[in-house]
Write a protein that binds this ligand. Structure first.
Ligand code: NI
Length: 172
């Protein structure tokens, strides 16, 4: 998962089926977002279903996402717990800008844009990171990265190898 994913260039029923599979996997694992690389597919694409600061749910699919973050005075960091379906059961504090905008393409290859605050801002940043070969552990201090690893080890018994794909299989 530590390399940039291939851009999506073909917008066909195979892509739509992949996105549907990703959504089902995300729900099965009770996540708020999932990138294709997390289910072993090398494409720059993610799905999400995530509440914003007000609790309003937002759903979407973004191919070839590009992130825009606030700069200068409008840049405020939000320190909150963050988790990842690729680090099941582990949550540690990660500081990120409290607002984010993602542009990209939908499943038809048409432009889309999603903007949000709260957990949605965190989710859009986290999932875009996945498509560029970054996981949120990479954004942590050495101390917090150790904490994340320790939590993962403690939780390992509850999450079989192959998570989150394996959970999808158990549900269906
Ligand atoms: Ni993740």
């Amino acid at each position: 998962m530590h390399r940039p994913a291939r851009p999506v260039t073909t917008f066909d029923p195979t892509l739509t089926a992949l996105a549907a599979d990703m959504v089902a996997t995300m729900y099965a694992a009770e996540g708020v977002g999932l990138a294709a690389c997390q289910i072993g597919v090398d494409l720059a694409l993610f799905v999400f279903d995530c509440p914003d600061e007000d609790g309003t749910e937002h759903q979407g699919v973004v191919c070839n996402p590009v992130l825009q973050l606030p700069e200068g005075r409008s840049r405020q960091l939000d320190e909150d717990d963050e988790g990842c379906l690729s680090y099941p059961g582990a949550f540690v504090t990660c500081a990120r800008p409290d607002e984010a905008v993602v542009t990209g393409l939908d499943l038809n290859g048409d432009p889309v844009e999603f903007a949000g605050d709260g957990l949605l801002a965190r989710c859009l940043q986290h999932e875009t990171d996945h498509t560029t070969g970054m996981v949120f552990g990479d954004r942590l201090s050495t101390r917090l990265r150790k904490k994340l690893r320790k939590q993962m080890e403690e939780e390992a018994a509850d999450f079989p190898p192959g998570w989150p794909v394996v959970q999808r299989a158990l549900d269906t």
